[in-house]
Design a protein around this ligand. Structure first.
Ligand code: G3P
Ligand code: CA
Length: 272
């Protein structure tokens, strides 16, 4: 465990539930589980992923966070798109890193899902920080950062420019499957929560979890790896758990039972 997360949780519990009143800190948990609803690539079950339409809908559905995937164009602009090519989610073709911002911005990022979304654009990272700062939490995934050397520095610079790198802004998190990238992000943004995305059982051992806790505040596994023991272990190491990607009500129910802290879902309304 590092940074302020554990301390903040401990302090607020002590203030809210003083022992001399005979109230135990864990009592309200019995009936009321506070879960963060994280709209995966926006409310992507209903609107095209990683577009303003999907993010606006996520806010309308009262999500706690929007999750976004950050990559970089050929000419150095940070843009939001999941795949490393534009082929699946736009009307263009080619690698994100081989196209200029102007070329990517011309593409239609909505019609592939429905004519209703024709004209949606690939947003920039900065545009989304500006639009949603203070309105909703932002779970920022650095997608394939190994393809974009120095992207951690660029993301950190923009977060600093928008004053989103401070502990009071807990609702902005940087995460990745690339652990070295997250160690670097932790050095650059020492006061910000960092998350590790987990998709291999090799990264669920006690030893692995202890190592992650040296630089991460969020331990975020695929739901197929989740057990109550795993969640407890991550909590013991001072990390929160947000699990992905819930696309059915059954999966949401399972994750609630496992007592995760956040559910990353294409359907934010399934959690409520
Ligand atoms: O936030 C978790 C999730 O986004 C990780 O997987 O492939 O959807 O980016 P992916
Ligand atoms: Ca993602």
């Amino acid at each position: 465990m590092k940074k302020m997360l554990g301390l903040a949780v401990g302090l607020s519990a002590a203030l809210l539930f003083p022992s001399h009143l005979g109230v135990q800190a864990n009592e309200p948990e019995k009936n009321h589980q506070k879960i963060d609803i994280v709209a995966h690539r926006g409310a992507s079950g209903y609107a095209p992923e990683n577009t303003i339409a999907a993010f606006d809908l996520a806010v309308k559905m009262k999500s706690d966070y929007i999750e976004i995937d950050v990559q970089r164009t050929k000419d150095g602009k940070l843009v939001l798109i999941h795949d490393t090519t534009v082929d699946r989610t736009t009307d263009g073709t080619g690698k994100v890193g081989d196209l200029t911002y102007k070329e990517i911005r011309r593409l239609d990022a909505g019609s592939w899902m429905s004519e209703k979304f024709k004209g949606e654009k690939v947003p920039t990272f900065e545009e989304v920080l500006k639009r949603y700062k203070g309105k909703v939490g932002i779970l920022i995934e650095l997608k394939s950062p190994e393809l974009y050397p120095g992207i951690e520095e660029e993301v950190a610079e923009l977060l600093k420019a928008y004053h989103l790198d401070k502990p009071r802004n807990e609702k902005v998190i940087v995460q990745s499957f690339n652990f070295n990238s997250m160690k670097r992000a932790d050095q650059l943004l020492p006061r910000m929560p960092i998350g590790v995305l987990i998709n291999r059982s090799a990264d669920t051992t006690d030893a692995a979890i202890e190592q992650f806790s040296a630089y991460a505040e969020y331990y975020n596994p695929s739901y197929g790896l989740i057990t109550e023991e795993l969640v407890t272990k991550a909590h013991e190491e001072g990390m929160k758990v947000q699990s992905w990607t819930a696309r059915s009500k059954e999966t949401v129910q399972f994750l609630l039972q496992m007592k995760v802290d956040g559910i990353i879902t294409d359907y934010p309304d399934y959690v409520r």
